[in-house]
Design a protein around this ligand. Structure first.
Ligand code: ATP
Ligand code: MG
Length: 499
C-alpha cells in the first residue's frame, strides 16, 4: 500500500491582491507517509493546504486525490473525500462541550431528529479514552488550555476516518509530553496507511516525525527530498535561500545592577513567586505549559489581579492595578495569545503598530508620518512579508501577524520586557532577528524575560533561567550550568524541589 500516490498537485498557482502566494507549485504525497512542508513565514504553506482542503480554489493547476482529478472545490466535498485539517489558528467553539466540538458539523441525530446527546457523549468519551487521553467529554471547551484544545482538534480529525490529515503547526503550543503523544498517534495513523502533511517551524522535530520533505520559498517549490537525505543546516539553507551561520546571535551586554524584583507574588494561580532581574539581563522562564508562567506575567502586567506580594522597579515599589500602570512604568508584556490579545485584524500593519504607541505620535495631530516611518522600520527589521504597511493584518501569514504584535510593543522602549513564547510559529531567520532585538534591548540597559517552552532557545540566549512548576518557582539555573536535563528536572520536580 505504501508508495502509492495519495495526493498530487501539479503546477498550482494562487494570487491574492498584490501577492502571488503560490507560483507553479507541484507536490506529491504518498500513502502512509508523513510529508513535512517547511518554509519561511509567508512562503505559502497555509495557502497550499487551503487549496488541498478546498477552502481556496487555485487560479491554475490540477489536483489529484488517489488518482482522481478534483474538479469540485469546497471544504465539505474535500472532507467527504477524506481530507481533514487541523488549522494553525484553532477554531474551537468555546461554549460547547468537548463532545460537541468533536462532532461539530456532523452532530448525530436520533429518530426524533434531535441531537442524540447521549450517543454523542458516549462516542466522544470512547474515542478520547481509546486514544489514551483523560478529557471529560462533557467539559466545556472554554475551560481547557490552548494545548488541550489542540489535542481535541487532533482527536476530531482522527475520528472522521480521514485518509489525508493536514496538520498546520500542530505542536506550536503543546507540551513535550503532548508532542510525544501526538507523534505516537501519527505513527499509528501511518501504519493504517493514512497520509499526513505536517507543517512546522520546529526544525528539530522534523526528522523525528517526517518521511519526506518539501521546501517552499516565496510561493515556489524549491525541492522535495527523503528526510534523511538532508542535514538540518541544508534544510535551513534551502528554506531561507542563504547560508545561516548561527541560529543564535552573540549577546554582548553584561548583566548589571538589579533592575526589577518580584517578591512573594501570589494569586489563586501561582504562589509566592519571587525573583530578580538585572539590567542587561535576559532571564528565561522555563517550565511545562501550564506551570503558571503566563499567569505570573499577566499579573505583573496588570491583566489579572494578585492577592499579595510586591513588584519593585529601580528600588521603588510599583502599584500595578491595570495595564496602563505597567506601561507607564515601562513594564511590557508580549502575550502568548497573539490572536486574541495582540491584533486588530481588520486594521493595517501600520495602525496596529501605532496603536499602543499613541502617546509617541500625539502632539496636536497624530503624527502619521512618524507612525509610518516606525512601521516601515519594523517591517524591515523583522522582515514582515507584505506588499506594504497598509496591508490589513488579517491577510498576513500567521507568523507575520506575530511579528506585527512584537513590533508594536518594541516601540515602547520598555525597561522590563516580558516576552511570552516570542518565537512560536516564527521561522528560523526571523527567530534570529527576535533574539537579536532582545540582545539589543539588553545592551540598552533593559531587562528581558523570555517565557519559553523551547529549551534550546532558553539555552541559546538566556543568562539565567527560572523554572516554574505547578504555580511555583522550583529552580534557577545559571548559564554556566545550563543543560536540558537540569532544567527539565526542575520543570518536572515541582513537588520535590519544594520538599
Ligand atoms: N487572504 C489573503 N489575502 C491577501 N494575501 C494573503 C491572504 N492569505 C495569505 N496571503 C499572503 O500569501 C502569502 C503566503 O501566506 P501563507 O499564509 O500561505 O504563508 P505561510 O507559509 O503559511 O506562513 P506562516 O509560516 O507565517 O504561517 C503571504 O504573503 C500572505 O500575506
Ligand atoms: Mg501558515
Amino acid at each position: 500500500m505504501a508508495g502509492n500516490v495519495a495526493l498530487e498537485l501539479r503546477n498550482i498557482s494562487k494570487s491574492f491582491p498584490g501577492v502571488k502566494a503560490l507560483d507553479n507549485v507541484s507536490f506529491t504525497v504518498n500513502e502512509g507517509e508523513v510529508h513535512v512542508l517547511v518554509g519561511e513565514n509567508g512562503a505559502g504553506k497555509s495557502t497550499l493546504i487551503k487549496i488541498i482542503n478546498g477552502m481556496y480554489t487555485a487560479d491554475e493547476g490540477e489536483m489529484y486525490l488517489f488518482g482522481e482529478k478534483i474538479t469540485t472545490h469546497n471544504p465539505r466535498y474535500m472532507k467527504q473525500k477524506g481530507v481533514a485539517t487541523i488549522h494553525q489558528e484553532l477554531n474551537p467553539v468555546p461554549d460547547l462541550t468537548v463532545a460537541e466540538n468533536i462532532f461539530l458539523g456532523r452532530l448525530p441525530v436520533n429518530k426524533f431528529k434531535k441531537v442524540d446527546k447521549k450517543y454523542m457523549v458516549r462516542e466522544a468519551q470512547r474515542l478520547i479514552n481509546e486514544l489514551g487521553f483523560k478529557y471529560d467529554a462533557n467539559a466545556i471547551m472554554r475551560s481547557l488550555t490552548v494545548s488541550d484544545m489542540q489535542i481535541i482538534e487532533i482527536i476530531k480529525a482522527i475520528s472522521v476516518n480521514a485518509k489525508v490529515i493536514i496538520m498546520d503547526e500542530p505542536t506550536s503550543s503543546i507540551t513535550e509530553a503532548e508532542v510525544a503523544v501526538l507523534h505516537e498517534q501519527i505513527h499509528r495513523l501511518k501504519a493504517m496507511g493514512i497520509s499526513i502533511i505536517y507543517i512546522s517551524h520546529k526544525l528539530d522535530e522534523l526528522k523525528k516525525v517526517g518521511d519526506r520533505l518539501t521546501i517552499l520559498r516565496d510561493g515556489q517549490t524549491i525541492s522535495s527530498h527523503n528526510i534523511d537525505d538532508l542535514t538540518q543546516d541544508e534544510i535551513i539553507a534551502k528554506m531561507v535561500g542563504r547560508k545561516m551561520d548561527n541560529i543564535y546571535p552573540e549577546k554582548t551586554a553584561k548583566v548589571g545592577e538589579k533592575l526589577f524584583e518580584v517578591k512573594g507574588l501570589t494569586s489563586n494561580k501561582f504562589h509566592d513567586v519571587s525573583f530578580t532581574l538585572h539590567k542587561g539581563e535576559i532571564l528565561g522562564m522555563s517550565g511545562l505549559v501550564g506551570a503558571g508562567r503566563t499567569e505570573t506575567a499577566r499579573a505583573i502586567f496588570g491583566l489579572d489581579p494578585y492577592k499579595s506580594g510586591e513588584i519593585i522597579l529601580n528600588g521603588k515599589q510599583v502599584k500595578v492595578k491595570k495595564v496602563r500602570d505597567a506601561i507607564n512604568e515601562g513594564i511590557i508584556y508580549l502575550s502568548e495569545d497573539r490572536k486574541l490579545e495582540g491584533l486588530v485584524l481588520i486594521r493595517s500593519i501600520c495602525e496596529n503598530i501605532g496603536l499602543p504607541n499613541l502617546k509617541r505620535y500625539s502632539g496636536f495631530l497624530l503624527n502619521k508620518r512618524k507612525e509610518r516611518k516606525d512601521a516601515e522600520e519594523m517591517r524591515e527589521k523583522l522582515r514582515i512579508k507584505t506588499p506594504n504597511v497598509d496591508f490589513p493584518a488579517q491577510n498576513l501569514s500567521g507568523g507575520n501577524q506575530q511579528k506585527v504584535v512584537i513590533a508594536k510593543w518594541l516601540l515602547q522602549d520598555p525597561k522590563v520586557f516580558i516576552m511570552d513564547e516570542p518565537t512560536r510559529g516564527i521561522d528560523v531567520g526571523a527567530k534570529y532577528e527576535i533574539y537579536k532585538i532582545m540582545c539589543d534591548l539588553a545592551e540598552r540597559g533593559a531587562g528581558v524575560i523570555m517565557i519559553s517552552s523551547e529549551l534550546p532557545e532558553i539555552i541559546g540566549v538566556c543568562d539565567r533561567t527560572l523554572v516554574m512548576a505547578e504555580g511555583r518557582v522550583t529552580g534557577e539555573v545559571m548559564r554556566e550550568e545550563f543543560s536540558q536535563e537540569r532544567i527539565m528536572s526542575f520543570a518536572l520536580g515541582g513537588d520535590l524541589a519544594n520538599g
